[in-house]
Design a protein around this ligand. Structure first.
Ligand SMILES: [Zn+2]
Length: 387
Protein backbone atom coordinates (compact mmCIF):
# COMPACT_ATOMS: atom_id res chain seq x y z
CA UNK A 1 0.00 0.00 0.00
CA UNK A 2 1.14 3.47 -0.82
CA UNK A 3 0.75 6.15 1.83
CA UNK A 4 -1.84 8.71 0.74
CA UNK A 5 -1.10 12.41 0.34
CA UNK A 6 -1.54 14.43 3.53
CA UNK A 7 -5.02 15.73 4.28
CA UNK A 8 -3.53 19.13 5.17
CA UNK A 9 -2.00 19.42 1.70
CA UNK A 10 -5.37 18.73 0.08
CA UNK A 11 -7.10 21.22 2.39
CA UNK A 12 -4.56 23.94 1.58
CA UNK A 13 -4.99 23.35 -2.14
CA UNK A 14 -8.76 23.31 -1.77
CA UNK A 15 -8.62 26.63 0.09
CA UNK A 16 -6.67 28.15 -2.80
CA UNK A 17 -9.00 26.72 -5.45
CA UNK A 18 -12.12 27.90 -3.61
CA UNK A 19 -10.57 31.39 -3.38
CA UNK A 20 -10.81 31.73 -7.17
CA UNK A 21 -14.35 32.76 -8.04
CA UNK A 22 -14.77 30.52 -11.06
CA UNK A 23 -18.53 30.89 -11.46
CA UNK A 24 -19.17 29.70 -15.03
CA UNK A 25 -19.82 33.26 -16.28
CA UNK A 26 -16.34 34.36 -15.13
CA UNK A 27 -12.80 33.58 -16.28
CA UNK A 28 -11.02 30.53 -14.85
CA UNK A 29 -7.58 31.67 -16.03
CA UNK A 30 -6.28 32.56 -12.54
CA UNK A 31 -7.14 29.09 -11.27
CA UNK A 32 -5.58 27.46 -14.34
CA UNK A 33 -2.41 29.59 -13.94
CA UNK A 34 -2.17 28.49 -10.31
CA UNK A 35 -2.51 24.80 -11.25
CA UNK A 36 -0.01 25.18 -14.09
CA UNK A 37 2.52 26.83 -11.73
CA UNK A 38 1.96 24.24 -9.04
CA UNK A 39 2.52 21.35 -11.48
CA UNK A 40 5.50 23.14 -13.02
CA UNK A 41 6.98 23.27 -9.51
CA UNK A 42 6.78 19.46 -9.48
CA UNK A 43 8.42 19.23 -12.90
CA UNK A 44 5.14 18.53 -14.69
CA UNK A 45 4.33 20.62 -17.78
CA UNK A 46 0.74 21.35 -18.85
CA UNK A 47 -0.93 22.07 -22.17
CA UNK A 48 -3.68 24.70 -22.10
CA UNK A 49 -6.63 24.61 -24.48
CA UNK A 50 -8.01 28.17 -24.49
CA UNK A 51 -11.60 29.11 -25.28
CA UNK A 52 -12.30 31.06 -28.50
CA UNK A 53 -12.44 34.40 -26.65
CA UNK A 54 -9.31 33.55 -24.64
CA UNK A 55 -11.06 34.17 -21.30
CA UNK A 56 -11.03 30.55 -20.17
CA UNK A 57 -8.90 27.48 -20.66
CA UNK A 58 -8.76 23.75 -20.11
CA UNK A 59 -5.58 22.18 -18.78
CA UNK A 60 -4.10 18.82 -19.73
CA UNK A 61 -1.01 17.53 -17.92
CA UNK A 62 0.70 14.16 -17.98
CA UNK A 63 2.79 12.52 -15.29
CA UNK A 64 4.84 9.54 -16.44
CA UNK A 65 5.55 8.13 -19.89
CA UNK A 66 4.01 5.81 -22.39
CA UNK A 67 0.75 5.20 -24.18
CA UNK A 68 -2.73 5.06 -22.67
CA UNK A 69 -2.84 5.86 -19.02
CA UNK A 70 -5.48 6.96 -16.56
CA UNK A 71 -7.14 10.38 -16.93
CA UNK A 72 -8.37 12.15 -13.81
CA UNK A 73 -10.88 14.73 -14.94
CA UNK A 74 -12.59 17.61 -13.17
CA UNK A 75 -14.33 20.86 -14.10
CA UNK A 76 -13.02 24.10 -12.63
CA UNK A 77 -16.23 26.12 -12.90
CA UNK A 78 -18.99 26.32 -10.33
CA UNK A 79 -22.55 27.58 -10.15
CA UNK A 80 -23.43 31.12 -8.95
CA UNK A 81 -24.03 31.97 -5.28
CA UNK A 82 -26.58 34.62 -6.31
CA UNK A 83 -29.63 34.61 -4.07
CA UNK A 84 -28.19 31.95 -1.74
CA UNK A 85 -27.83 32.53 1.99
CA UNK A 86 -24.41 31.32 3.17
CA UNK A 87 -23.27 31.04 6.79
CA UNK A 88 -19.69 31.96 5.81
CA UNK A 89 -18.08 33.57 2.76
CA UNK A 90 -18.53 31.10 -0.13
CA UNK A 91 -15.08 31.91 -1.53
CA UNK A 92 -13.19 31.39 1.75
CA UNK A 93 -12.75 27.75 2.71
CA UNK A 94 -14.16 27.33 6.21
CA UNK A 95 -13.98 24.17 8.32
CA UNK A 96 -16.75 23.39 10.79
CA UNK A 97 -17.38 19.98 12.36
CA UNK A 98 -15.30 17.99 9.91
CA UNK A 99 -16.87 19.70 6.91
CA UNK A 100 -15.13 22.04 4.50
CA UNK A 101 -17.52 24.75 3.34
CA UNK A 102 -17.17 26.85 0.21
CA UNK A 103 -18.54 27.18 -3.32
CA UNK A 104 -17.27 24.28 -5.42
CA UNK A 105 -15.86 22.27 -2.49
CA UNK A 106 -18.10 19.37 -3.42
CA UNK A 107 -18.66 20.11 -7.13
CA UNK A 108 -15.83 19.63 -7.82
CA UNK A 109 -12.80 21.40 -6.46
CA UNK A 110 -12.48 18.79 -3.69
CA UNK A 111 -11.60 16.22 -6.33
CA UNK A 112 -9.19 18.56 -8.14
CA UNK A 113 -7.49 19.44 -4.82
CA UNK A 114 -7.12 15.72 -4.01
CA UNK A 115 -5.59 15.04 -7.44
CA UNK A 116 -3.17 17.97 -7.10
CA UNK A 117 -2.24 16.94 -3.56
CA UNK A 118 -1.48 13.44 -4.89
CA UNK A 119 0.58 14.72 -7.83
CA UNK A 120 3.90 14.61 -5.89
CA UNK A 121 3.12 10.97 -5.08
CA UNK A 122 2.34 10.21 -8.75
CA UNK A 123 5.57 11.95 -9.71
CA UNK A 124 7.59 9.93 -7.18
CA UNK A 125 6.14 6.61 -8.37
CA UNK A 126 7.72 4.68 -11.24
CA UNK A 127 4.48 4.44 -13.23
CA UNK A 128 4.04 1.71 -15.81
CA UNK A 129 1.53 3.93 -17.62
CA UNK A 130 0.94 7.68 -17.29
CA UNK A 131 -1.56 9.57 -15.16
CA UNK A 132 -3.21 12.49 -16.94
CA UNK A 133 -4.80 15.46 -15.20
CA UNK A 134 -7.65 17.09 -17.13
CA UNK A 135 -9.34 20.29 -15.98
CA UNK A 136 -12.22 21.82 -17.94
CA UNK A 137 -14.49 24.89 -17.72
CA UNK A 138 -18.15 25.61 -18.48
CA UNK A 139 -19.31 22.15 -17.35
CA UNK A 140 -22.20 23.80 -15.54
CA UNK A 141 -23.37 25.39 -18.80
CA UNK A 142 -23.88 22.37 -21.01
CA UNK A 143 -20.45 20.73 -20.65
CA UNK A 144 -19.26 23.27 -23.22
CA UNK A 145 -15.62 23.75 -22.20
CA UNK A 146 -14.42 20.17 -22.25
CA UNK A 147 -15.44 19.69 -25.89
CA UNK A 148 -12.49 21.54 -27.52
CA UNK A 149 -10.08 19.62 -25.25
CA UNK A 150 -11.69 16.28 -26.12
CA UNK A 151 -11.45 17.24 -29.80
CA UNK A 152 -7.65 17.37 -29.45
CA UNK A 153 -7.34 13.99 -27.74
CA UNK A 154 -5.67 11.58 -30.10
CA UNK A 155 -4.42 14.54 -32.18
CA UNK A 156 -1.91 16.63 -30.21
CA UNK A 157 -3.06 15.41 -26.78
CA UNK A 158 -2.58 11.81 -25.61
CA UNK A 159 -5.58 9.50 -25.40
CA UNK A 160 -6.12 8.14 -21.89
CA UNK A 161 -7.07 4.47 -21.77
CA UNK A 162 -9.52 5.27 -18.97
CA UNK A 163 -11.00 8.52 -17.69
CA UNK A 164 -12.21 8.87 -14.10
CA UNK A 165 -14.54 11.83 -13.67
CA UNK A 166 -14.48 12.93 -10.05
CA UNK A 167 -17.97 14.41 -9.78
CA UNK A 168 -19.45 14.09 -6.29
CA UNK A 169 -20.70 10.51 -5.94
CA UNK A 170 -19.70 9.98 -2.28
CA UNK A 171 -16.97 7.78 -3.84
CA UNK A 172 -19.63 5.40 -5.18
CA UNK A 173 -19.03 3.97 -8.65
CA UNK A 174 -21.39 5.49 -11.22
CA UNK A 175 -21.61 3.74 -14.58
CA UNK A 176 -24.56 5.56 -16.13
CA UNK A 177 -26.31 8.92 -16.18
CA UNK A 178 -29.17 10.61 -17.92
CA UNK A 179 -29.01 12.78 -21.01
CA UNK A 180 -29.96 16.47 -20.96
CA UNK A 181 -31.55 18.37 -23.83
CA UNK A 182 -32.45 22.02 -23.45
CA UNK A 183 -34.97 23.58 -25.83
CA UNK A 184 -36.29 27.06 -26.49
CA UNK A 185 -39.86 27.47 -27.68
CA UNK A 186 -40.80 30.83 -29.18
CA UNK A 187 -44.40 31.92 -29.72
CA UNK A 188 -45.09 34.83 -32.06
CA UNK A 189 -48.67 36.10 -31.95
CA UNK A 190 -50.14 39.53 -32.69
CA UNK A 191 -50.11 42.64 -30.57
CA UNK A 192 -53.38 44.48 -29.81
CA UNK A 193 -54.88 46.94 -27.32
CA UNK A 194 -56.02 44.91 -24.36
CA UNK A 195 -59.54 46.38 -24.69
CA UNK A 196 -59.83 44.43 -27.97
CA UNK A 197 -58.12 41.11 -27.24
CA UNK A 198 -59.96 39.31 -30.06
CA UNK A 199 -58.02 41.15 -32.77
CA UNK A 200 -54.72 40.02 -31.23
CA UNK A 201 -53.08 36.64 -30.65
CA UNK A 202 -51.92 36.39 -27.08
CA UNK A 203 -48.48 34.76 -27.15
CA UNK A 204 -48.41 34.26 -23.37
CA UNK A 205 -51.74 32.42 -23.37
CA UNK A 206 -50.49 30.17 -26.18
CA UNK A 207 -47.26 29.52 -24.27
CA UNK A 208 -49.33 28.54 -21.23
CA UNK A 209 -51.11 25.87 -23.30
CA UNK A 210 -47.80 24.55 -24.60
CA UNK A 211 -46.43 24.36 -21.07
CA UNK A 212 -49.51 22.48 -19.93
CA UNK A 213 -48.86 20.04 -22.78
CA UNK A 214 -45.23 19.62 -21.68
CA UNK A 215 -46.44 18.73 -18.19
CA UNK A 216 -48.89 16.25 -19.69
CA UNK A 217 -46.17 14.67 -21.87
CA UNK A 218 -44.00 14.44 -18.74
CA UNK A 219 -46.71 12.40 -16.99
CA UNK A 220 -46.92 10.08 -20.04
CA UNK A 221 -43.16 9.63 -19.95
CA UNK A 222 -43.14 8.88 -16.23
CA UNK A 223 -45.89 6.28 -16.65
CA UNK A 224 -44.18 4.59 -19.59
CA UNK A 225 -40.69 4.16 -18.17
CA UNK A 226 -39.16 2.41 -15.19
CA UNK A 227 -35.42 2.02 -14.74
CA UNK A 228 -34.78 1.54 -11.00
CA UNK A 229 -31.09 2.40 -11.43
CA UNK A 230 -32.11 6.05 -11.66
CA UNK A 231 -33.91 8.33 -9.25
CA UNK A 232 -36.54 9.11 -10.40
CA UNK A 233 -36.67 5.90 -12.48
CA UNK A 234 -38.00 7.67 -15.61
CA UNK A 235 -37.18 10.64 -17.86
CA UNK A 236 -38.31 14.05 -16.65
CA UNK A 237 -39.27 17.28 -18.38
CA UNK A 238 -39.70 20.73 -16.94
CA UNK A 239 -39.96 24.38 -17.92
CA UNK A 240 -37.32 26.54 -16.28
CA UNK A 241 -37.54 30.04 -17.70
CA UNK A 242 -40.22 32.20 -19.33
CA UNK A 243 -40.22 35.69 -20.79
CA UNK A 244 -42.92 37.61 -22.62
CA UNK A 245 -45.18 40.62 -22.90
CA UNK A 246 -44.67 44.36 -22.50
CA UNK A 247 -47.45 45.77 -20.32
CA UNK A 248 -50.74 44.69 -18.71
CA UNK A 249 -52.73 46.70 -21.28
CA UNK A 250 -51.12 45.17 -24.36
CA UNK A 251 -52.01 41.75 -25.77
CA UNK A 252 -48.49 40.30 -26.01
CA UNK A 253 -47.01 39.41 -29.37
CA UNK A 254 -44.00 37.49 -28.06
CA UNK A 255 -43.37 34.85 -25.47
CA UNK A 256 -40.51 32.40 -25.19
CA UNK A 257 -39.72 29.76 -22.65
CA UNK A 258 -36.91 27.31 -22.07
CA UNK A 259 -37.42 23.76 -20.97
CA UNK A 260 -35.41 20.60 -20.62
CA UNK A 261 -35.65 16.86 -20.76
CA UNK A 262 -33.47 14.62 -18.64
CA UNK A 263 -33.85 11.31 -20.32
CA UNK A 264 -32.82 7.78 -19.50
CA UNK A 265 -29.95 6.51 -21.68
CA UNK A 266 -32.48 4.26 -23.48
CA UNK A 267 -35.07 6.97 -24.30
CA UNK A 268 -35.32 8.18 -27.93
CA UNK A 269 -34.21 11.80 -28.06
CA UNK A 270 -36.61 13.67 -30.35
CA UNK A 271 -39.94 12.19 -29.27
CA UNK A 272 -41.06 14.85 -26.80
CA UNK A 273 -40.18 17.97 -28.84
CA UNK A 274 -41.85 16.53 -31.92
CA UNK A 275 -44.95 15.58 -29.88
CA UNK A 276 -45.08 19.17 -28.63
CA UNK A 277 -44.81 20.57 -32.15
CA UNK A 278 -47.53 18.16 -33.37
CA UNK A 279 -49.77 19.52 -30.63
CA UNK A 280 -48.92 23.08 -31.73
CA UNK A 281 -49.70 22.36 -35.41
CA UNK A 282 -52.92 20.54 -34.62
CA UNK A 283 -54.43 22.37 -31.64
CA UNK A 284 -52.97 25.88 -31.55
CA UNK A 285 -51.70 27.25 -34.85
CA UNK A 286 -54.93 26.94 -36.90
CA UNK A 287 -56.82 29.19 -34.44
CA UNK A 288 -53.90 31.63 -34.16
CA UNK A 289 -53.63 31.97 -37.95
CA UNK A 290 -57.30 32.83 -38.31
CA UNK A 291 -56.40 36.12 -36.60
CA UNK A 292 -52.77 36.53 -37.66
CA UNK A 293 -51.48 34.63 -40.69
CA UNK A 294 -47.88 35.30 -39.56
CA UNK A 295 -48.32 33.59 -36.18
CA UNK A 296 -45.67 30.97 -35.42
CA UNK A 297 -44.55 28.49 -32.78
CA UNK A 298 -40.96 27.34 -33.04
CA UNK A 299 -38.87 24.99 -30.94
CA UNK A 300 -35.12 24.79 -31.26
CA UNK A 301 -32.55 22.69 -29.44
CA UNK A 302 -30.13 24.77 -27.39
CA UNK A 303 -27.70 22.45 -25.67
CA UNK A 304 -27.46 18.76 -25.25
CA UNK A 305 -25.28 16.60 -23.03
CA UNK A 306 -25.15 12.94 -24.03
CA UNK A 307 -26.19 10.20 -21.65
CA UNK A 308 -23.55 7.93 -20.23
CA UNK A 309 -23.88 4.17 -20.13
CA UNK A 310 -20.71 2.18 -19.53
CA UNK A 311 -20.69 -1.04 -21.54
CA UNK A 312 -20.62 -4.39 -19.73
CA UNK A 313 -17.10 -5.37 -18.63
CA UNK A 314 -16.02 -1.75 -18.71
CA UNK A 315 -12.38 -1.39 -17.64
CA UNK A 316 -12.86 1.97 -15.89
CA UNK A 317 -15.81 0.61 -13.92
CA UNK A 318 -13.80 -2.45 -12.88
CA UNK A 319 -10.88 -0.21 -11.87
CA UNK A 320 -13.06 2.13 -9.79
CA UNK A 321 -14.73 -0.83 -8.10
CA UNK A 322 -11.35 -2.33 -7.26
CA UNK A 323 -10.06 0.98 -5.88
CA UNK A 324 -13.15 1.74 -3.78
CA UNK A 325 -13.90 -1.84 -2.79
CA UNK A 326 -17.46 -1.34 -4.07
CA UNK A 327 -19.36 -4.45 -5.10
CA UNK A 328 -22.09 -2.61 -7.00
CA UNK A 329 -22.55 0.36 -9.30
CA UNK A 330 -25.36 2.90 -9.65
CA UNK A 331 -26.79 5.36 -12.13
CA UNK A 332 -27.44 9.05 -11.46
CA UNK A 333 -29.87 11.62 -12.82
CA UNK A 334 -27.39 14.48 -13.18
CA UNK A 335 -25.20 14.68 -16.24
CA UNK A 336 -21.41 14.82 -16.38
CA UNK A 337 -18.68 14.93 -18.99
CA UNK A 338 -18.54 11.10 -18.97
CA UNK A 339 -20.85 10.71 -21.97
CA UNK A 340 -18.67 13.06 -24.04
CA UNK A 341 -15.46 11.18 -23.15
CA UNK A 342 -17.13 7.86 -23.86
CA UNK A 343 -18.35 9.15 -27.27
CA UNK A 344 -14.80 10.24 -28.09
CA UNK A 345 -13.41 6.76 -27.46
CA UNK A 346 -12.19 7.31 -23.89
CA UNK A 347 -14.00 4.78 -21.66
CA UNK A 348 -15.16 6.59 -18.52
CA UNK A 349 -16.47 6.12 -15.02
CA UNK A 350 -17.77 8.67 -12.51
CA UNK A 351 -16.43 8.50 -8.96
CA UNK A 352 -15.49 11.35 -6.65
CA UNK A 353 -15.71 12.84 -3.18
CA UNK A 354 -18.71 14.70 -1.75
CA UNK A 355 -22.45 14.23 -1.93
CA UNK A 356 -24.42 15.61 -4.90
CA UNK A 357 -27.04 16.77 -2.36
CA UNK A 358 -24.61 19.53 -1.30
CA UNK A 359 -23.63 20.53 -4.84
CA UNK A 360 -25.10 23.82 -6.12
CA UNK A 361 -26.66 24.51 -2.68
CA UNK A 362 -25.96 27.25 -0.13
CA UNK A 363 -23.36 26.10 2.42
CA UNK A 364 -21.93 23.61 -0.06
CA UNK A 365 -19.36 21.39 1.63
CA UNK A 366 -17.20 18.33 1.24
CA UNK A 367 -16.44 16.37 4.38
CA UNK A 368 -12.83 15.81 5.44
CA UNK A 369 -13.63 12.07 5.51
CA UNK A 370 -14.65 12.17 1.81
CA UNK A 371 -11.51 14.07 0.91
CA UNK A 372 -9.44 11.44 2.72
CA UNK A 373 -11.30 8.62 0.97
CA UNK A 374 -10.42 10.27 -2.35
CA UNK A 375 -6.75 10.66 -1.35
CA UNK A 376 -6.63 6.96 -0.47
CA UNK A 377 -8.28 6.08 -3.81
CA UNK A 378 -5.60 8.07 -5.65
CA UNK A 379 -2.76 6.55 -3.60
CA UNK A 380 -4.09 3.06 -4.33
CA UNK A 381 -4.29 4.01 -8.01
CA UNK A 382 -0.60 5.02 -7.94
CA UNK A 383 0.28 1.74 -6.19
CA UNK A 384 -1.53 -0.25 -8.91
CA UNK A 385 0.30 1.61 -11.64
CA UNK A 386 3.72 1.08 -10.06
CA UNK A 387 5.91 -0.80 -12.51
ZN1 LIG B 1 -20.02 19.06 -11.32
Amino acid sequence: MQEAAKTEAAKDLLATLVGFDTTSAKSNLDLIAFVQDYLHGLGVESTLVPSDDGKKACLFATIGDGEGGIGLSGHSDCVPVTGQKWTSDPFTLTERDGKLYGRGTCDMKGFIASVLASAPLFKATALKEPIHILISYDEEVGCAGVRPMIARIGADLPRPRIVIIGEPTSMQVIDGHKRIDVYRTTVTGKEAHSSLPSIGVNAISVAAKLIEEIDRLAVDMAEGENDPRFEPPYSTMSVGLIEGGTAPNIVPKNCEFRWQIRSLPSTPVDEAPSALMDFAERDLLPEMRKVASQATIETEGQTSVPAFAAPPQSEPVALAMALTGANRTSGVSYATEAGLFQQAGCPAVVCGPGDIAQAHAADEFVSVAQLEACLKFLADLAARLRS
